[in-house]
Design a protein around this ligand. Structure first.
Ligand SMILES: *Cc1c(COP(=O)(O)O)cnc(C)c1O
Length: 405
């Protein structure tokens, strides 16, 4: 975390929030980095990170919106954090004059965003570990077909095995002498700061209505929601956050009871949020000075079963003619619960992924064909290239050293 969170008043946000995502990124990066990065370089970095925008889609004028975060290359909001991090790491690695090796364990969406974000970035090599047969076909294509500086390792084991190998690698002194390793999981602050940009961007698009904003964030590891809180702590006017989850509901339970009880994760149809012990929970509390009353004043939690998620997807489609992925539907349903009792606000649900990332599932729930955007469709014809390894650190280490030498 930053030692102090820089504060700006509403006039600052009124001025900067009207720009594109890249413009907002420029202004906030300037606040954090001061003169560390020269101006032309910073402009180039934010433009290369964000050639896409994060528009709001109207469901109910001045009342209810969806903030679409899936217009980047991997069709999930994780592009925003991964691409910003990629741009800045590449910039700093040129100064370092040595290659950085990024290791990342993925259960699906993170790997694709990181792979696409770092593809062809000079000075950076990426090794992605994913569990064999446990990611969707499209997700696997995103991880395994790029080639160049991106290497996928298909691990004969679970996501936890992948994560354990990565953690062991960071502690292996011999390996760290030969290569310089870095992480791209959401614990990295360089993924969190950029995720605050689209909350600010949404404020720019909706402040004309003059109502206080409420954001509903479908959550798993709570990086996305923490980034919204970071924006609020910087001074962005936000009335309330909704923590919307599936049955992995330790944070909503904490908000009701004040007791935090991590659990084993359970599988749901919104699988990118199947997290039993969210890694950003500490950060979320820290951002509110670890004060339960302040946390409760600012965040309300709702959770939904798979059945409720499916119902929400169907209702959203019938009522608004809008196709939401299961994660997004949980965000919208959480927002609706809140809007039932507070009508004097403008509600914004974050759309975390494009529905076509979960094509067979969404089609079976809605009974409607779902189009795959061109930027994803072309992957279907590409060939998978992986190094298959057992769930064993030594095996990973040997093949990593072969790929980097
Ligand atoms: C990662 C992910 C989430 C959860 O985001 P967190 O920052 O981990 O809370 C929600 N929806 C989708 C589609 C995701 O890929």
């Amino acid at each position: 975390m930053p030692i102090t969170i820089p504060y700006r008043d509403a006039s600052f946000f009124n001025r900067i929030a009207d720009g594109s995502l890249a413009d907002v990124a420029y202004e906030i990066s300037r606040v954090y980095f001061g003169d560390t990065i020269p101006d032309e370089a910073l402009v180039g970095l934010v433009q290369s990170a964000f050639p896409f925008d994060t528009p709001v889609h109207e469901l109910d004028k001045a009342k209810k919106y969806v903030l679409e975060l899936f217009h980047g290359p991997s069709l999930a909001f994780k592009d925003v954090g991964a691409r910003y991090m990629a741009a800045f790491m590449s910039y700093f690695s040129q100064k370092l004059d040595r290659e950085i090796n990024i290791l990342v364990a993925t259960s699906g969406d993170t790997g694709g965003a990181v792979a696409m974000g770092f593809h062809n970035v000079e000075g950076v090599r990426v090794s992605i570990l994913y569990p064999k047969n446990r990611v969707s076909d499209l997700q696997e294509k995103q991880l395994t077909t790029l080639g160049g500086n991106i290497q996928a390792f298909e691990v004969d084991g679970s996501f936890d095995d992948c994560q354990a190998i990565v953690k062991t690698a960071f502690l292996d002194s011999e390996l760290n002498k030969i290569v310089s390793l870095s992480s791209a999981n959401s614990i990295n602050i360089f993924r969190l700061i950029p995720q605050s940009f689209y909350y600010i961007r949404a404020y720019g698009q909706l402040k004309q209505f003059g109502s206080p904003l409420v954001f509903s964030t479908p959550s798993g590891n709570f990086g996305n929601l923490s980034a919204g809180v970071l924006a609020q702590r910087m001074g962005l006017p936000v009335r309330k956050f909704i923590a919307a989850t599936n049955l992995n509901n330790v944070v909503p339970n904490f908000l009701y009871s004040g007791i935090y009880e991590p659990k084993e994760s359970v599988s749901t149809i919104s699988n990118a949020m199947d997290v039993g012990n969210p890694s950003n929970f500490v950060r979320l509390c820290h951002l509110y000075g670890n004060d339960l009353d302040t946390i409760k004043q600012n965040i309300e939690g709702y959770f939904f079963t798979d059945e409720e998620t499916e119902e929400a997807m169907q209702r959203i489609y019938q009522q608004y003619n809008y196709v939401a992925c299961p994660h997004t539907a949980i965000g919208i349903r959480g927002l609706d619960n809140y809007l039932d009792k507070d009508t004097q606000v403008c509600g914004v649900a974050l759309a975390t992924a494009h529905p076509s990332k979960f094509k067979p599932l969404v089609e079976s729930i809605l009974g409607q064909p779902v189009d795959v955007p061109e930027r994803l469709a072309h992957l279907a014809n590409r060939t998978k290239q992986v190094i298959a390894i057992p769930a064993d650190f030594q095996a990973f280490k040997e093949s990593l050293l072969q790929t980097v030498s």
